[in-house]
Write a protein that binds this ligand. Structure first.
Ligand code: PXP
Length: 247
């Protein structure tokens, strides 16, 4: 069964709109786990626009499934990861002015620095995943710098305007998965996935896990986060079954 990583950053976005104590992402994480989240993901951004250092510390104490820390490769953040020891870290590119992570990490052009950062994180006992676009040179570079996982960026797939481009982008993701597997990398996927588009991805791609944030948090405003996670888990389950029975 494909694992579901739930990104709860935007619970913290609501809190930070008033810089108050509610809603608390630490509480949200517990309800998300009750709803079936296999992994809780938070992105500790350098500008601390949503998740705060205190959230990461408390989540480390309270999340008993798996904690995945999304992060840039800034020294300060790498030091926090090593001190906190989440089960997994996902390295992403980070730009101050972006609304969300815009593209995959350019592993090729940052190979020297990533070599060192990935080694520090792996030596500290974490699984390291690199968020990249499905390009062969990036996948090869991810392997070369010592990552165990890649997370393939599904944002372009999610934004596809018609069936043809969706199918084309899915084929690119498929090829990326095959290339990664041939190198012995484990593969997740995420970004821009919703209740509407996740089914096609589940039926088309053989990945270990999907990382989903905005759509689940949006639904949770109306139905609560436990139910929103449950509904996403059910969708993933139903589409996995459909894939197995047709394949
Ligand atoms: N994966 C990565 C690496 C991300 O940066 C994000 C966004 O924080 C997600 C998955 C989740 O994306 P979305 O919020 O669009 O579901």
């Amino acid at each position: 069964m494909i694992k579901l990583g739930v990104n709860i950053d935007h619970i913290a976005t609501i809190r930070q709109a008033r810089r108050t104590y509610e809603p608390d992402p630490v509480v949200a994480a517990s309800f998300a786990v009750l709803g079936g989240a296999d992994i809780i993901t938070v992105h500790l951004r350098e500008d601390r626009r949503h998740i705060q250092d205190r959230d990461v510390r408390l989540l480390r104490e309270t999340v008993f499934t798996k904690l995945n820390l999304e992060m840039s490769i800034a020294d300060e953040i790498v030091d926090i990861a090593i001190k906190t020891k989440p089960e997994q870290v996902t390295l992403v590119p980070e730009k101050r002015e972006e609304v969300t992570t815009e593209g995959g990490l350019d592993v090729v052009s940052q190979k020297n620095v990533l070599d060192k950062v990935v080694k520090r994180l792996v030596d500290a006992g974490m699984l390291v995943s690199l968020f990249i676009d499905p390009e062969e040179k990036q996948i090869k570079a991810a392997k070369e710098v010592g990552a165990q996982f890649i997370e393939l960026h599904t944002g372009n797939y999610a934004n596809a305007k018609d069936e043809n481009s969706r199918e084309e982008l899915t084929e690119k993701l498929r090829q990326g998965i095959n290339a990664a597997r041939n190198l012995g990398l484990r593969v997740n996927a995420g970004h821009g996935l919703t209740y509407q588009n996740v089914g096609f991805i589940v039926e088309s791609l053989d990945v270990e896990g999907l990382h989903i944030g905005h759509s689940i948090v949006s639904r949770s405003v109306f139905v609560g986060i436990q139910k929103a996670v449950q509904e996403m888990k059910d969708l993933i389950f139903r589409h996995s079954m459909a894939q197995h029975s047709s394949g």
